[in-house]
Design a protein around this ligand. Structure first.
Ligand code: AMP
Length: 188
């Protein structure tokens, strides 16, 4: 299965991506995690990404697209993958379409995790206290939510028009949300 997980920051995408990855036996690919690992190791990619991430802005498409293209070409992706946090812009949608077409593949479903904004801000502030992520300060959180609304929320419409979108309530216990996602996949 080739899946995309959409949803605002703090909706629980990372947690659910790991759950689904284990259940479906496909790798969960988080562009945010890959960027953070590169920032941590001080690689050229990390240096390029850091300023954008710290400000709550998106890393430029060209950088992100090249990274994803490389990642899905790895052998563990031949049986499918779950993309967490990519695509995030309409240009990335077009690029992913091209990458998949080149490989003779297509997406099976796009799962959108929905979340209440106040809840999301509280979750992200809580996570900031625990994980100390540089992009989890209140101002940056608000900017990340704005950027999501402007640049990423429109993707749901695009995938809905293709009949791929499954919208799932992301609020509640982790296991409950996982069951909803699995249910949505079965109906896909
Ligand atoms: P995440 O962990 O998915 O919330 O991503 C953290 C940060 O990494 C984002 O706020 C962006 O700065 C950057 N990032 C992750 N995925 C993408 C993407 N698909 N396009 C551009 N920037 C991204």
């Amino acid at each position: 299965m080739r899946l995309v997980l959409l949803g605002p920051p703090g909706a629980g995408k990372g947690t659910q991506a790991k759950e689904l990855s284990a259940r479906l036996g496909i790798p969960a690919i988080s562009t945010g995690d890959i960027f953070r690992a590169n920032v941590g190791q001080g690689t050229p990619l990390g240096l390029q990404a850091k300023t954008y991430m710290d400000a709550g802005e998106y890393v430029p498409d060209a950088v992100t697209n090249a990274m994803v293209k490389d990642r899905i070409a790895q052998p563990d992706c031949t049986g499918g993958f779950l993309l967490d946090g990519y695509p995030r812009t309409l240009a990335q949608v077009a690029e992913l379409d091209a990458m998949l077409a080149e490989r003779g593949e297509r997406l099976d479903a796009v799962l959108e995790l929905t979340a209440d904004t106040d809840e999301v801000v509280q979750r992200l502030l809580g996570r900031a206290a625990v994980e100390g992520r540089a992009d989890d300060t209140e101002d940056v959180i608000r900017r990340r939510l704005e950027v999501y609304a402007e640049q990423t929320a429109p993707l749901a419409r695009v995938y809905a028009d293709r009949g791929l979108l499954r919208r799932v309530d992301g609020m509640g216990a982790v296991a409950e949300v996982t069951s909803r996602l699995v249910g949505a996949l079965h109906s896909a």
